[in-house]
Design a protein around this ligand. Structure first.
Ligand code: F6P
Length: 326
């Protein structure tokens, strides 16, 4: 095992339900293996300000069910600059932290990768993002909870859609990735999902209109992934309103409601397994890897792949949605 005695843990970027379960798992697995743990507050910012606290087992009691992150989070601009990373390295030395576990999405793991290379510092990442847009893992911490939140919200909006016989465009998060929109649409029985992954291939809105939005139904729900490429739900609604004024169109942007709430069982279990795996990885002298899950088995994914490679959408799901909405 590498000469690791003390592990620092931080959460960075957008919060995701299940981050606390991951913090708990990392902390308790480290303590089980007789390692010290230090909690770093506000993401990489904590490495610049020195907001760092020793974590014992009771620091992570009663948090598995809580959304958000007890360590707080931030998007730290200073860490993008070499001067900021230098201060971070000095803080780690001062605190005698030998390795880091970083829980976050694309941007956070990009920062981890740069820092790990620059200072040859052992870092293991956990995929914490509702977007599910990291390559090499079937799912990310927070994705399942966000999907369930979307499903519950759409179930409610459906009441108005069908009572008023309206066409609803509901915008979901995803930062240019369509996982939440596509699976959210299947889970909520929506008519269609408009996603950036296939936007350049087909004009999905045109297709929908061509096939008749409503068919035998008198209301429709379309989930739209937030994205500059598609123009989001507002863009869709404006287009329909202009070209097809016969439709009674409404827009709902679900927004940050999707990031909150108590994590589902799936996310708690995923975060617990990944948190344990992060410590195992460090003890096996792994570094610069993200913990992933593939076919229910833990895998190590090099940062370079997790961040740089585009995670493909499962196109069979588009067909499933199309068939089931007839
Ligand atoms: O990456 C998670 C995410 O929720 C994206 O889906 C969304 O685009 C973004 O964060 C919103 O970020 P913020 O909360 O900083 O506005």
């Amino acid at each position: 095992m590498a000469n690791i005695k003390c592990i620092g843990i931080l959460t960075s970027g957008g919060d995701a339900p299940g981050m606390n379960a991951a913090i708990r798992a990392v902390t308790r697995t480290a303590i089980y293996n007789e390692l010290e743990v230090k909690g770093i507050f506000r993401g990489y910012k904590g490495l610049l300000t020195g907001e760092i606290v020793p974590f014992k087992t009771n620091n992570v009691s009663n948090i598995i069910q809580q959304g958000g992150t007890i360590l707080k989070t931030a998007r730290c601009i200073e860490f993008r600059e070499p001067e900021g990373r230098k201060i971070a390295y000095e803080t780690l030395q001062k605190e005698e932290i030998d390795a880091l576990v970083v829980i976050g999405g694309d941007g956070s793991l990009t920062g981890a990768r740069i820092f790990a290379q620059e200072y040859e510092f052992p870092i293991v990442g956990l995929p914490g993002t509702i977007d599910n847009d990291l390559y090499g893992t079937d799912t990310t911490i927070g994705y399942d909870t966000a999907l369930n939140t979307i499903m519950e919200a759409v179930d409610k909006i459906r009441d108005t859609a069908s009572s008023h016989e309206r066409l609803f465009f509901i915008e979901v998060m995803g930062r240019d990735a369509g996982f939440l929109a596509l699976n959210g649409a299947i889970a909520s029985g929506a008519e269609a999902a408009i996603i950036p992954e296939i936007w350049t291939e087909v004009d999905q809105l045109e297709e929908l209109i061509k096939n008749g939005f409503r068919k035998s139904k008198n209301s429709s729900i379309v989930l739209v992934a937030e994205s500059e490429i598609t123009g989001g739900a507002m863009g869709m609604a404006e287009r329909v309103q202009k070209e097809y004024p016969q439709y009674d169109v409404r827009v709902t942007i679900l927004g940050h409601i999707q990031r909150g709430g108590s994590p589902t069982a799936c996310d708690r279990i995923l975060a617990s397994r990944m948190g344990e795996a992060a410590i195992d990885a460090l003890m096996e002298d792994q570094r610069n890897v993200m913990i992933g899950i593939q076919n229910d088995s833990i895998v190590y994914v090099p940062f370079s792949k997790a961040i740089k490679k585009e995670k493909p959408i499962n196109r069979d799901l588009l067909n499933t949605l199309r068939i089931l909405s007839t």
